[in-house]
Design a protein around this ligand. Sequence first.
Ligand SMILES: [Zn+2]
Ligand SMILES: [Zn+2]
Length: 219
Amino acid sequence: MHNFHCHTFLSDGVLSPIELLRRCEALGYQTVAIADHVGAAMLEFTIEQVTRDCDLANAHMSLFAIPAVELTHVPPATIPELASRAKQAGARLVVVHGETPVEPVAPGTNAAAVACADVDILAHPGLLSLEEAATARANRVFVEITARGGHSLTNGHVAQVVRQAGGEWVLNTDAHEPGDLIDRAFAERVLRGAGLTDAEVRRTLNDTPRELRRRAGRT
Ligand SMILES: [Zn+2]
Ligand SMILES: [Zn+2]
């Protein structure tokens, strides 16, 4: 199991970074990227704090811990600058909080995220357009299928439009508390529920994580 999007009490999650990592290790996760919500505020601070516990985990645990951020509710025009700042501050992956159907995310957020070279994952993008999905494919931005309630209302649409564009999905928990961490069987149910074929489910759970791990610096 791999998870490239979850939260700690550095934003609105309940666990410390190291407890989240230990609980994921105990559940058999091989990869965990901690992507707490940030804007211009808290960006460097959050990356610095998360990196300390990721370094600890990488030295002493069996999983690969990745310091990341989720740019959340920032004005779309600021995404390139903030994503670049996050990478300079040491974030190995940048997630953007996309236009979920359940929050007033600024229109244009999806378009700005998929156009940005420093963005790795567009999370829960809601009613993603075919054009945005095509740009995501061209720029190698992974589009998220989410296990999180609410955000997951548009998983079926996201799967369909990304398939049409020839792009790539990533499945994430977007966990905020221990009960949000899922097992492989549930991950497969979420993906099948989004309309993926058996081959697409295998690719999403096996190949996509390898690519994101490479991008974050580990084979
Ligand atoms: Zn989000
Ligand atoms: Zn999130």
